[in-house]
Design a protein around this ligand. Structure first.
Ligand code: 13P
Length: 266
């Protein structure tokens, strides 16, 4: 981790749990982070399922933990059955949104143009966008990982000016590492993060690239988090399975805070 960039750790709850467990998890996470002051040192966000956002947000209360949506529409409003706009997310207290998760890119065939429009509208609404990119196992095997990720970034950011996208957090989530228990090695994550940062430098400028947060997702757990977060271009993580257990998620947030402060690893 680099001292100039404040770490960001997100808990993507995906389509898990029920109302009661969402409230309990939000309660437990913000109480534990607050007790240790971790949510004042680093940025932490949780992304509950849509129906639980408002109530989970209430449970977070005045803590510094950000509430976020797992997706938003590429439309502002109107006859779009089943969709949720960026404005609706801010209305229920969200300050962040995940866009381009592989479970939507690949699972729901969301394409470049759609994701660019979502990113654009979410930024306009003042949300901190976590924009996910990542290659499949086949693409990596064919040596195409860098090209695929670069393509996703170029299309996502499009021609949006630097001031509009300054708060976008890029999440590198190799598809083969999501939910598999096989995380990218810290060295592989670092190599991809460095190449993403280089690309942001060429799309914008070196100052933009130096300030951009690039986080890693894919089978991060309480044990492997610190080694990944210790890499100079890794600025935190997007956590799936391990974010559903308060103790594990808090341990991962603690690892990010310790990596940032340079505290010795365990
Ligand atoms: P896992 O941590 O369960 O691998 O999921 C990662 C992820 O998809 C976060 O968005």
């Amino acid at each position: 981790m680099h001292a100039v960039r404040r770490p960001f750790v997100g808990g993507n709850w995906k389509m898990n749990g029920d109302l009661a467990s969402a409230v309990e998890l939000a309660d437990d996470v913000c109480a534990a982070l607050g007790a240790e002051g971790i949510d004042r040192t680093i940025d932490v966000a949780v992304y509950p399922p849509f129906p639980y956002l408002f109530t989970a947000g209430r449970a977070l209360g005045h803590s510094n933990v950000l509430l976020g949506g797992q997706d938003c529409s590429a439309e502002v409003g109107g006859a779009f059955t089943g969709q949720v706009s960026a404005g609706m997310l801010t209305d229920v207290g969200c300050r962040s949104v995940v866009i381009g998760h592989s479970e939507r890119r690949h699972g729901l065939h969301e394409g470049h143009a759609l994701l660019h429009e979502k990113l654009h509208l979410a930024c306009e609404s003042g949300l901190t966008v976590v924009y996910c990119v990542g290659e499949t196992a086949d693409e990596r095997r064919r040596g195409e990982a860098d090209t695929v990720v670069a393509h996703q970034i170029r299309h996502g950011f499009g021609t949006l000016p630097a001031d509009r996208v300054a708060r976008v957090v890029v999440a590198y989530e190799p598809v083969w590492a999501i939910g598999t228990g096989v995380n990218a090695t810290p060295e592989d994550a670092q190599a991809m993060h460095a190449s993403i940062r280089g690309l942001l430098g060429s799309l914008y400028d070196s100052r933009f690239a130096a300030q951009a947060r690039i986080i890693y997702g894919g089978s991060v757990n309480a044990k492997n988090a610190r080694a990944i977060f210790d890499q100079p271009d890794v600025d935190g993580g997007l956590i799936g399975g391990a974010s559903l257990k308060a103790d594990d998620f808090v341990a991962i947030c603690r690892a990010a805070a310790e990596a940032w402060s340079g505290a010795p690893g365990h």
